[in-house]
Every structure is written in structure tokens, then in C-alpha cells.
Write a protein that binds this ligand. Structure first.
Ligand code: ADP
Ligand code: MG
Ligand code: MG
Length: 875
């Protein structure tokens, strides 16, 4: 099978084979854009390479040589020719773009001989030697695996020895000296001469690109982005164009729209007299693209045209690499640009307005998982902020944390639960673990397209770049701005939306949805087939839920209401009561409190359904800690043996011991509590109906749905149902007002799902409580699993995902299917929903849509995500 494709043989449809970069280079070649010619070795060849023990197979080698011959013919140059040498780049490119993850070699084909021809042919020896030393450094780093540090150090020494401040001051002779020094380094490190044969250089590089598919940072990136390892990378061999030929040359990167805000304005950076990697590496801070208009007016006009053409061609915002050689523009890469959630929304909405996209298409353009960026808290402008400095606003969102300078330390502290801000002069792909661990990133050098910025935007992490006012001192572990010194582990706050860096912690405020976001969500609402509700236990959350578009509350837990500090003594009284009468006394006090809780929530929900779950947790959760209490009793026994206080504490301790369970997760909780202490559920039901009645009589409509937790046997539900009906009737008799309500159950133990036909006889609705259902199906206690073995399970691929985050469709999902099928057999009108944390997770929402559930319920802040994900599942 074919393994090598010339650029004019491919297309953007062939990403799986050619990788993203290769497919788009082919596409651009075919639509007539100025792309340096070349060919792509397919991802399949990468897999062949690994299959044959990391060796390029013979037939693939033959194809590569044929393609090279065609490239030489087209360009009229020849690899290694002393007359007219061809120079190429060797570029990796996988199916999914992995910025900075794979390594590129530029200027390949240079050696002691060709460098002289190039010096002669271009009449520019300085350029020739500069390119050669770059090649030696890059090739040594990527292919020979010699740390770039050796080269940088040597270059700096030579430069300083000559009294220069920067590279542009270096002359041709100086670069020649650097080349000799570099070759010495190579010889010292690998005990061999730097390879002079261009063909050898080429094949060593191709191997290195294939090898880099499995380097550490590529693996980390793939894990983070859930990219499977089997895809492999393609290799692009492309004839070089040079941005480092003088002041009429340059190189840059641009987005067709602002990737941070979405504004429809060309956005990018370039450097005059520089080669590709210089811009992204953040070594020199580049110029904003606007000034290219003055520097190179013709090139600028042409570039603007290319951008618009590419955007229309791909119908999406593009991220474009370009190089100018002696005033001639070349395009070296295009891809759909990575963007913040805010930008994604604005671009999608504006592209609909521009007639480029349909509403349905626009819905698919925003990644639901990205939305939580927008639903994050921001800095409250009302507060005084101690502004230290301002950098480039590279990735929005505010973050507070302690300053660290080392990515390893960031990772270590994060594991201990410390929030950190990573501060670096610039970041490299090797820092990615530190970026992941940090709340936000600050760099003192590099622009908006530097590595740190690209990675941070991809992760929705706050980032500020190019803040040159920061004088970072790695030795002293501190940075200085003006007279202020910020030390290692001092707290700072950063705002990636404005670029502001502030000392200390600044209060933050809740987010609001932008108009564009609301519009996009309203389009999503038109498409989706499943309702979205929220889990809310208090009026504030309920209000947030409504604001974010929830169509009801799918889970209102009542135990939080019991845990409020002022109520705990009364709750304890209730639990400790020896007789029913005494317990009733305590419950009578709790009743009005519960009523006020429900009142706030019902009012906030404005007649939307509210599913209230009666008390669930084990009673001992409300009681003081056993060990602690035992110590107190022991103390009193010595100090005040006859005090009434001691007697009381002893009684309490006895009861705490009685209530202690060896396995509370499977203990006396849920409806088991309601069965043994019916007064508690009775009080709760009464509070619900009292409140509903009072509100209805004021003309405020209320739709309570009363949910009995942890039912495993239909008889449990039967008894609890009757109890609720009795409570409703008692209230109705007293007030003369009847309330519409339903009674249902949570399906959260396997037996409930398996006997759903019987349970449905007593239930108006089922709500799949997938947190507990996952625990009980796997037999995992969540706290123990997540703390102990689950990480290992996921790392070793025993489980594909954390089942508490992503619904286990094969097991838990099968129980849900069974539950729905059996339940509807008995009661076709049965309402079904899901209220575990999975209700806010994309793939789980898709599953729920497919199974025909009536609603998903998730935390208020996830409601927008769920609305969008549900729409994507429907279209
Ligand atoms: P990455 O995936 O890290 O962006 P690329 O393969 O795109 O790596 O290349 C790195 C840099 O080198 C980019 O700026 C690119 O434009 C530049 N580059 C790659 N190939 C060539 C070429 N043939 N001529 C000039 N510049 C090139
Ligand atoms: Mg690179
Ligand atoms: Mg690139």
C-alpha cells in the first residue's frame, strides 16, 4: 500500500493518513496557495515502523527516495549537491494537533560543503552559516538527543566574549566559529562526528520523528487530551524557505480571529529576519501582526487575502504559519485554531450571522467541556487591587496561588493540595506537567502564540505572557517588579483576561452568561430532546440554576439542611431521644426550619418541578466524633466525676457507639432510616406540603416531587409512599388546599434496577442516582477507591475512565437500561432522570439521550454544559 504522498496527491480529508499538518499542506497546495513543495510519509508508515521494531521498511524507503527525486525535480535542487543544494525541513504531524509536542528539524541537507554553496549562491555567507549552526543545534537536540543547553551556553559565551548583546550582531565569521564549537560539542557528547551525509541526516530525522511519537511529553499530552496512542504521526519533508535572509525576510504566526476573545480581527505576531521556531519558542518577543503593514505592505495585503481565503475554505478560524523570503510570502501550516471558550462561542455565533455556518453547525463548534472556563469566578472590580505588573492577556480567567518557579515543585505542591502559580521566563514543552498542576501561568518573555499561551488556552487555564516588567531571579527564587520583591510561595492573583498580576489574594465574583452564550444556548435548546435540571439544596443554588436555564431541580438533598450549625443540637436531640414523644419535640422544632428552606427553593424555582429527596445519610454523621468524645469523657471522669455534664456526655457517647457502623455506606441510611424512624420522613413531608400549600394560597405555583432514597425492595417504597400520602392528606384536611405532587424513588442499588417492574408499581418517577449506583454496582466505596486504587486502575487501563466521573455504560449503564425497560413495562408514563454527577458529563449525557431519559440533572454551574452537550447528542 502507498505510504508516501506528494503534497499535490493529498487533501484535507486525509488527516488519518497524512496527519493534520500534512493533510492541510496538501489542501493548500491544491487550492493554489504558495506552499513550499514536499511530501508526507503517512501515519501508517509510523505504525509499520513500530511493528518492525523501530525500523523503516524497505518498500517505504524506496517510496521515500522516489518522492525525494520528484521534489528535487520540481525544485531543480538536489539534496547534498554542491552546485545547487536542496534544503528541507522534517516536520512531524499527527492526526490531532499536538502543539510543541513533536520535534521539527529545519535546514536539513546542510554540511561543510553545502554551506559554502549556499553562501555563494545567496551571496549571503552570514545567512548560510547562521542556518548551518541552527541545523546542527536542532538536529543534535532532536535526533542525537544532546541537550540544547550545551549549545546555548557555548553560543552565549562566544557572544559575550565578543562584547555583543544579541545574535543579530554576530557576523558570518562569528557564526563559523560557533559552528566549529558546536561540532566539538557533538563529538564530545556522542563520540562521533556530526553526520555530514544529507541522506543519512534525512533518515535519522525521519526515525527521530517516529520515535518522538512516544517521547514523554507527547505521552503526557495524549493522556491529558485522551488521544489514543495507535494513531501514530506522519512525517512531512518540505523544501525550506528562509525567513532569516535579511530584513526583507521574516516569519510569523497568525490567527484569523482573536483566539482569546473571538473578535473578528487578524491576530498574530512575527519577527523580521528569523526562522520558524524563534516565534513560538518565545526567545525574542515578537511584533504584533498589525505592524507588518508598515514593514512589508505588499506582503501584508497578500497575507490578509490568504487568511480570508483559508477561513472561508475551512469555514473555521485558522491558525496560520507563514514565512517571508526576500519579500515573497509562503504559507507553512494552517489548522483550525485553538481558542478559549469565550472565543469559540463568539466565533460560532458570528459565523452564523455571517452566513458561514448554520445554527446546528454552530452548536457543534463549541466544546462543552470548555464551558466551565466561562463559568469560573472572576476578579471583583469593586476591590482594591495591588497591581504589580501587566503582561499579555494570553488566556483568560482569574487565579490565585502561591508563586513557584519550578514545574516539578508545582506538581508536588499541587498534589499536597496547595494552589500555585507557575512563574517562568518562558516555558518549554518539558514544563507541561507544571502547567497542568498550576492554577495559572506567568512568563516574562514570549508572546501570545508562545508555548505557554497555547497550552494554557487549550486547558482553559489562566495565563499571562511576555510580562517583561518581571525580573525573575531563579537563584534567589523570587521576582522583582520595580521595588517590590515577590518571594517563592508568596501569594499572587493573576487575571489572564486583562494581563494583570496582583499581589495577594483578591476576592472573586460569580460569572454571568454573555449575550452570545445565551443565544448559542437558545439554539441548543431548540435541538435537544432531553430536559436539563439542576441539583440544588438551597435558594442561592436554585436561583443560579434558573439563571443558567435549568428546567427544574432534579435533586434537592435535605441532609445539608440538617447540618447547619444552629440546627445540629436539635438534630442531635432528635437522634438521642429515648422515646417517640421526646423525638417529636425535637422534630417540632425542626419543622419550621425545614419549611423555610423549602419556601426559598420553591420560590426560586417559579413553578418548575422540584425533586426533594428525603433524608439519606447515616445518623452518626450528625453526632460528634467518637474518639474525640471519648477523650472528653475520660477527662471529665477525672476532673469532675459527679457533674451533670459528665452524665450527659456519657449518654451521648453510648448512643454514638450504638449508632456507629462499620460500613456506613451500606448501613442504616436512606429509606432504611425512614422505616425505623418514620417521624423524620413524616416531618419532612409535612414541611413540604405545608410550604407548598402556603405558597399556592398566595398564588405561587409549586411542583414538588418527593423522592425516597436507596430503595432496594418494593415494600420499602410501598410503606414510605403511604407515609407521604398520609402527610399530604393531613395537610389538605387542615387547609382545604390540595397540592399536585408525585412520589418516586432513586434507583441506586442494583436490586432496584433489576426489580424495577415491581418498584414502578409504587413510583411515579425514577431518578438514577448514579453516584451510589456506581458504588454499589462496582462494590467500590468511592472515597476509598479514589484515594487508593482507582488511579492505578486508570493508569494501567484496567478501567477506561474514573466511573464516578464518566458513566460506566457497560455495567451501570446496563442497569439503567434494565431499570427503564422494566419500569415502563409496569408504568408507561414513568418519568426518568439521572441525578448523579454524570448528569453534567458529556458522554454520559449522550448516553442518557440515547436511552430516552426525560432529564439529566447536574450542578447549576454545569447546566449550560449539559444544555449544549444534550443538543450535540441530538443533532
Ligand atoms: P510545530 O508543530 O512545533 O509548529 P512545525 O513543523 O510546524 O512544528 O515547524 C516549526 C517551525 O518551523 C514553524 O514555525 C514552521 O513554520 C517552520 N518551518 C517548518 N518547515 C519549514 C520550511 N520548510 N521552511 C521554513 N520554515 C519552516
Ligand atoms: Mg516544534
Ligand atoms: Mg507548526
Amino acid at each position: 500500500a502507498k505510504r508516501v504522498y506528494m503534497f499535490d496527491e493529498g487533501s484535507s480529508e486525509m488527516k488519518e493518513i497524512l496527519g493534520g499538518k500534512g493533510a492541510n499542506l496538501a489542501e493548500m497546495t491544491n487550492i493554489g496557495l504558495p506552499v513550499p513543495y514536499g511530501f508526507t510519509i503517512s501515519t501508517q508508515a509510523c505504525n509499520d515502523y513500530y511493528d518492525s521494531g523501530q525500523r523503516i521498511q524497505e518498500d517505504v524507503e524506496t517510496e521515500i527516495l522516489e518522492a525525494l527525486a520528484r521534489l528535487e525535480e520540481t525544485t531543480g535542487k538536489k539534496l547534498g549537491s554542491p552546485v545547487n543544494p536542496l534544503l528541507v525541513s522534517v516536520r512531524s504531524g499527527s492526526v490531532f494537533s499536538m502543539p510543541g509536542m513533536m520535534d521539527t528539524v529545519l535546514n536539513l541537507g546542510m554540511n561543510d560543503e553545502t554551506v559554502e554553496s549556499i553562501a555563494r549562491l545567496t551571496g549571503n555567507p552570514r545567512f548560510a552559516y547562521d542556518s548551518y549552526r541552527r541545523f546542527i543545534q536542532m538536529f543534535s537536540n532532536v535526533v542525537l538527543e544532546i541537550d540544547g543547553f550545551y549549545f546555548e551556553q557555548r553560543l552565549e559565551k562566544i557572544r559575550e566574549g565578543k562584547g555583543y548583546h544579541s545574535d543579530p550582531e554576530m557576523t558570518a565569521e562569528d557564526w563559523k566559529e560557533v559552528i566549529s564549537a558546536y561540532k566539538e560539542i557533538v563529538k564530545k557528547r556522542i563520540k562521533q562526528e556530526f553526520p555530514q551525509n544529507p541522506m543519512e541526516q534525512l533518515f535519522l530525522s525521519i526515525n527521530a520523528v517516529f520515535d518522538s511519537w512516544n517521547n514523554q511529553r507527547a505521552i503526557v499530552y495524549r493522556q491529558l487530551n485522551k488521544i489514543p496512542g495507535h494513531y501514530g504521526t506522519a512525517v512531512n519533508i518540505q523544501s525550506m524557505v528562509f525567513g532569516n535572509m535579511g530584513d526583507d525576510s521574516g516569519t510569523g504566526v497568525a490567527f484569523t480571529r482573536n483566539p482569546s476573545t473571538g473578535e473578528s480581527l487578524l491576530y498574530g505576531e512575527y519577527l523580521i529576519n528569523a526562522q520558524g521556531e524563534d516565534v513560538v519558542a518565545g526567545i525574542r518577543t515578537p511584533n504584533p501582526i498589525e505592524t507588518l503593514q508598515q514593514d512589508m505592505p505588499d506582503v501584508f495585503t497578500q497575507f490578509v487575502e490568504v487568511c480570508s481565503r483559508l477561513e472561508h475554505h475551512y469555514q473555521d478560524m485558522q491558525d496560520i504559519e507563514f514565512t517571508v523570503e526576500h519579500g515573497k510570502l509562503f504559507i507553512l501550516q494552517t489548522r483550525n485554531g485553538k481558542r478559549t471558550a469565550q472565543a469559540a462561542i463568539r466565533i460560532a455565533v458570528e459565523m452564523v450571522k455571517e452566513g458561514v455556518l448554520s445554527q446546528r453547525e454552530a452548536i457543534g463548534r463549541v466544546e462543552p467541556d470548555q464551558l466551565n472556563q466561562l463559568l469560573h469566578r472572576r476578579i471583583d472590580d469593586q476591590h482594591e487591587k495591588n497591581l504589580l505588573a501587566k503582561g499579555l492577556p494570553a488566556s483568560p480567567g482569574a487565579a490565585t496561588g502561591q508563586v513557584v518557579f519550578d514545574p516539578d515543585e508545582a506538581e508536588r505542591l499541587n498534589k499536597e493540595g496547595v494552589k500555585v502559580i507557575l512563574v517562568r521566563t518562558e516555558t518549554t514543552p518539558d514544563d507541561i506537567h507544571g502547567i497542568i498542576a498550576a492554577q495559572g501561568v506567568v512568563t516574562s518573555r514570549g508572546g501570545m502564540t508562545s508555548h505557554a499561551a497555547v497550552v494554557a488556552r487549550g486547558m482553559g487555564k489562566s495565563c499571562i505572557c511576555g510580562c517583561e516588567a518581571l525580573k525573575i531571579d531563579m537563584q534567589k527564587q523570587q521576582f522583582q517588579v520595580g521595588d517590590t520583591v515577590i518571594h517563592h510561595l508568596d501569594t499572587i492573583t493573576i487575571d489572564g483576561g486583562t494581563g494583570e498580576i496582583m499581589a495577594g489574594e483578591i476576592p472573586m465574583i460569580d460569572p454571568e452568561l454573555s449575550d452570545e452564550f445565551e443565544l448559542l444556548l437558545s439554539w441548543a435548546d431548540e435541538e435537544r430532546t432531553i430536559d436539563v435540571r439542576a441539583n440544588a439544596d438551597n435558594p442561592a443554588d436554585a436561583e443560579k440554576a434558573v439563571e443558567f436555564g435549568a428546567e427544574g431541580i432534579g435533586l434537592c438533598r435535605t441532609e445539608h439542611m440538617f447540618m447547619e450549625a444552629a440546627r445540629v443540637p436539635i438534630v442531635q436531640q432528635m437522634i438521642l431521644a429515648e422515646t417517640e414523644d421526646k423525638r417529636q419535640l425535637a422534630l417540632d422544632q425542626l419543622l419550621p426550619m425545614q419549611e423555610s428552606d423549602f419556601e426559598g427553593i420553591f420560590k426560586a424555582m417559579q413553578g418548575l418541578p422540584v425533586t426533594i429527596r428525603l433524608l439519606d445519610p447515616p445518623l452518626h454523621e450528625f453526632l460528634p466524633d467518637k474518639e474525640h468524645l471519648a477523650v472528653e469523657v475520660a477527662k471529665l471522669q477525672i476532673l469532675e466525676p459527679d457533674s451533670p455534664q459528665l452524665a450527659e456526655k456519657e449518654k451521648l457517647l453510648k448512643r454514638v457507639r450504638q449508632l456507629h457502623e462499620s460500613n456506613p455506606m451500606l448501613g442504616h441510611r436512606g429509606c432504611r432510616l425512614g422505616i425505623v424512624y418514620p417521624e423524620i420522613y413524616q416531618m419532612q413531608a409535612t414541611a413540604i406540603f405545608n410550604t407548598a400549600t402556603a405558597l399556592e394560597s398566595k398564588g405561587i405555583s409549586v411542583k414538588p416531587e418527593i423522592m425516597i432514597p436507596l430503595v432496594g425492595h418494593v415494600n420499602e417504597l410501598k410503606i414510605m409512599r403511604q407515609l407521604v400520602i398520609d402527610a399530604a392528606e393531613a395537610v389538605q384536611q387542615k387547609t382545604g388546599i390540595s397540592i399536585e405532587y408525585t412520589i418516586g424513588t432513586m434507583i441506586e442499588v442494583p436490586r432496584a434496577a433489576l426489580t424495577a417492574d415491581r418498584i414502578a408499581a409504587e413510583a411515579d418517577f425514577f431518578s438514577f442516582g448514579t453516584n451510589d449506583l456506581t458504588q454499589t454496582t462496582f462494590g467500590y466505596s468511592r472515597d476509598d477507591a479514589e484515594g487508593k486504587f482507582l488511579k492505578d486502575y486508570i493508569e494501567n487501563k484496567i478501567l477506561p475512565d474514573n466511573p464516578f466521573a464518566v458513566l460506566d455504560q457497560d455495567g451501570v449503564g446496563e442497569l439503567i437500561k434494565t431499570g427503564i425497560r422494566l419500569g415502563r413495562q409496569t408504568r408507561p408514563s414513568l418519568k426518568t432522570g439521572i441525578c448523579g454527577e454524570h448528569g453534567g458529563e458529556k458522554s454520559s449525557i449522550e448516553f442518557c439521550c440515547l436511552q430516552g431519559l426525560d432529564y439529566v440533572s447536574c450542578s447549576p454551574y454545569r447546566v449550560p454544559l449539559a444544555r449544549l452537550a444534550a443538543a450535540q447528542a441530538a443533532v
